[in-house]
Design a protein. Structure first.
Length: 328
């Protein structure tokens, strides 16, 4: 079995060293690479996930650090999960883009239809579906989720809050990173952060996805760790003195919110961008051509349109780029 077909190499060096997570395989939940720590005191059940994509290693570094800290929650229940371990086992610093997933994107299968599917169009079997089904009870048990990711291009770190006010509120309460993107997700499938009650505005369960920076830059590991500490502090799990030792003394920058209004889903081939977009470009004029989807131009829907995480995976049915605007 091999990972998905590789893309052309990214023009970024691999500055991070992937941690050895083999010591965490056994866990204590009956599910490989899943550990649960119960404080014995009332509080939320927090789930922190890393390696949803096998080549996004900053989350694994952050969890490895937390284990080495021998952190235990002051209240509630904390679960730590390394997700797509099979893909991560194929991570190679000489070809770091090739281990995102094995058969399909682990972060596009989180709907009941995909997870339950035994027949019809939702039937199927893949490395990612098997792992997601194994982890589903773990996710179902959580009140709060922090899902740690990184990005293709070297952009400022950002929080994906989802489309509802409860996600934006959680992002404000955690307070870091400074950029919050509110969006609906992808046509290709549901993300983990949007699964079940996390994606229901009337449900108390809540989640954030953090994009910590470029996949392999040194700074992404620092962002992952700081976000993790701030999330645990928000949840009441981290003692104030411990948290203070691991976050900067200065307050983080004021947050800004980008509301995504359009997700450009690729209809045909070839899809080609009109420029070398890396993300967070602001296109001043409505109607500016961003790309061509086959022969059809893709244009900006309004003035001052912000490009969110333009993709290099330009295949039919995938999200090419999301378009939004600063709310302030």
């Amino acid at each position: 079995m091999q990972p998905h077909r590789p893309l052309p190499p990214l023009p970024y060096p691999v500055e991070l060293r992937a941690p050895d997570i083999a010591p965490y395989r056994a866990g204590n939940t009956g599910i490989d690479y899943v550990h649960r720590f119960d404080s014995g005191r009332a509080g939320p059940h927090v789930l922190v996930t890393a390696l949803v994509h096998g080549n996004e290693i900053c989350g694994a570094i952050a969890l490895d650090w937390l284990f080495r800290e021998q952190f235990r929650p002051a209240r509630g229940v904390l679960t730590l999960a390394f997700c797509n371990v099979t893909a991560f086992e194929h991570f190679d610093p000489a070809a770091p883009g090739e281990s995102r997933y094995m058969d399909e994107d682990f972060n596009r299968v989180w709907s009941a239809e995909r997870l339950d599917g035994a027949s019809g169009r939702n039937a199927g079997d893949s490395v990612e579906l098997r792992r997601a089904r194994a982890l589903r009870p773990v996710v179902d048990a959580a009140d709060l989720l922090l899902d740690i990711h990184s990005m293709q291009h070297k952009n400022p770190a950002l929080i994906i809050s989802g489309p509802h006010e409860k996600g934006r509120r959680l992002a404000r309460d955690v307070g870091f990173p400074a950029l919050v993107v509110a969006d609906e997700g992808h046509a290709a499938g549901r993300r983990l952060r949007d699964y079940a009650g996390f994606g229901d505005p009337g449900d108390a369960r809540n989640s954030l996805l953090v994009e910590c920076g470029q996949h392999w830059e040194t700074a992404s590991a620092a962002v992952a760790r700081e976000t993790l500490v701030r999330f645990l502090r928000y949840a009441g799990m981290a003692e104030a003195a411990w948290a203070a030792r691991h976050v900067p003394a200065v307050a983080p920058a004021r947050q800004r919110v980008i509301e995504v209004t359009h997700a450009v889903t690729i209809k045909s081939a070839p899809f080609r961008f009109a420029g070398d977009y890396r993300g967070l470009e602001v296109i001043a004029k409505r109607g500016s051509i961003l790309a061509h989807d086959g022969d059809e131009p893709v244009t900006t829907p309004y003035d001052d349109c912000v490009l969110i995480m333009p993709s290099r995976r330009l295949a039919q049915g995938q999200t090419a780029v999301r378009l939004g605007r600063y709310l302030d």
